[in-house]
Design a protein around this ligand. Structure first.
Ligand code: SF4
Length: 422
């Protein structure tokens, strides 16, 4: 038995750094200071069904005529390279659940292939960056939010399901410098189209109809500006306006639910945050669950100058696209750090199958995408079996050290090797 202390968890973008792990024969057998998601990541259990094992991929495979065949690493790389170089419109998809070195290697591969790199959460993050660019908001690290924020709003977000310890470590119950009594020193509100577990701790909890979110943000703004609410304004706008008016330092954590209401929701929320910022600090914060989504956007901003999807179809004039890719145009996909067929709508999956679009999948586990992939390349678990860099949801970079031995190479090595095969 061996005890490893203060280990960082790559289970979600909180990147909790206080895990204590007991290892037996080089594998984790017990973990302390962790949520059930983190346990699932270290013990390879299903995220939403603890105690159900996830099947590890052990060997590279090529599928021909519906039959998967184990092949050598080099043969799998050769087949993947042939698929991607012969494609007219290849896409590299995913990467929000990949380490920063894998993301860098994927960007180099994308440029070499004259392909498009499609972040798995582009539909959520692109409208956020557009809204921030337009309204010019400031940014705060999680520690500052924990210390200072006395008003917390979860909008279209349920941290208990996307980043389970967020409320305890940084936002609701955490004790900060000016919020020493935790939740007793804070007001917490939520806006969602469903009634979630947050209803027990959020006052007000505003449940609105789908597609009413932009109207609610506008009505709150009007109320703050002293204008009477219009007849068709969503109910409870005045309650939320009073909540904002009472804050000394506030934060609105937005979840993926915001993306379903269209880009105008982020725009209205950013306008609201900018208005509130005239009198007090107010942060608009996207609550991304994937453990290194922030690292991907840091990389894109650093290397391409834009947070949107880089497209190298014309290598002389690469572009960056804010709109998600039209998969009907795509004729080959490399997937890493995501489960593409789980994310796509049923008709998009059917279209890919009907057109027999070849998929190259890099994954530690069997999932829906690997089940349909032409080529499967097993990879190590980033941050558990292989060292990696990850960026916490507020942009803080951390080094993830491996705690267990790996039976497959890390994704960044596979992507770099594939680049050499082109
Ligand atoms: S909240 Fe996220 S980072 Fe923290 S222990 Fe849970 S899964 Fe791991």
């Amino acid at each position: 038995m061996e005890l490893k202390e203060s280990i960082i968890c790559p289970g979600c973008a909180c990147l909790c750094d206080d895990l204590d792990i007991i290892l037996e024969n080089g594998r984790p057998v017990a973990i302390h200071n962790v949520c059930t998601w983190g346990v699932g990541k270290f013990l390879a259990e299903k995220k939403l069904r603890p105690n159900k094992e996830r099947r590890r991929l052990t060997d590279p495979q090529i599928s021909r005529h519906g039959r998967a065949e184990k092949v050598s690493y080099e043969a799998a790389l050769g087949e993947a390279a042939a698929i991607l170089t012969q494609a007219r419109r290849p896409v590299i998809y995913g990467l929000a659940n990949s380490g920063a070195w894998a993301q860098e290697a994927a960007l180099a591969l994308t440029a070499n292939l004259k392909a498009r790199l499609e972040p798995a959460d582009l539909a959520f993050m692109a409208p956020f960056y557009q809204a921030v660019q337009k309204h010019g908001l400031f940014w705060a690290p999680l520690e500052v939010i924990r210390d200072e924020a006395d008003a917390v709003v979860y909008w279209g977000a349920n941290p208990l399901h996307s980043c389970p310890r967020h409320a305890v470590r940084y936002a609701v119950f955490a004790r900060g410098r000016f919020t020493e009594r935790g939740i007793e020193d804070r007001q917490v509100a939520a806006v969602d189209i469903y009634r979630t577990e947050l209803a027990g701790i959020c006052h007000p909890y505003i449940q609105i109809d789908p597609f009413q979110e932009a109207a609610l943000a506008e009505a709150v703004m009007a109320s703050l500006n002293g204008h009477p609410a219009s007849e068709d304004a969503p109910a409870d706008a005045d309650k939320l306006a009073a909540f904002f008016a009472n804050a000394a330092y506030g934060v609105i954590f937005c979840g993926r639910g915001v993306a379903y209401g269209g880009p105008q929701v982020f725009d209205r929320l950013a306008a609201l945050a900018a208005r509130l910022n005239e009198k007090k600090p107010f942060v608009l914060f996207p609550l991304s669950g994937d453990f290194n989504s922030a690292g991907l956007y840091e990389l894109l901003l650093r290397e391409t100058g834009s947070p949107f999807a880089p497209d190298f179809a014309d290598p002389a004039a690469p572009t960056s696209q804010a709109s998600p890719v039209d998969f009907q145009e795509v004729d080959a996909v490399l997937v890493t750090g995501a489960d593409l067929l789980w994310f796509l709508q049923a008709e998009q999956v059917q279209d890919l199958k009907k057109r027999q679009v070849p998929i190259v999948a890099l994954s530690p586990f069997a999932d829906r995408t690997t089940a349909q992939a032409r080529v499967c390349l097993p990879v190590a678990l980033d941050g558990i079996e292989a060292a990696e860099i990850a960026y916490r949801m507020d942009g803080l970079p951390v080094l993830l050290r491996p705690v267990a031995s790996a039976s497959a190479p890390p994704a960044h090595r596979v992507l770099a090797d594939l680049n050499l095969f082109l």
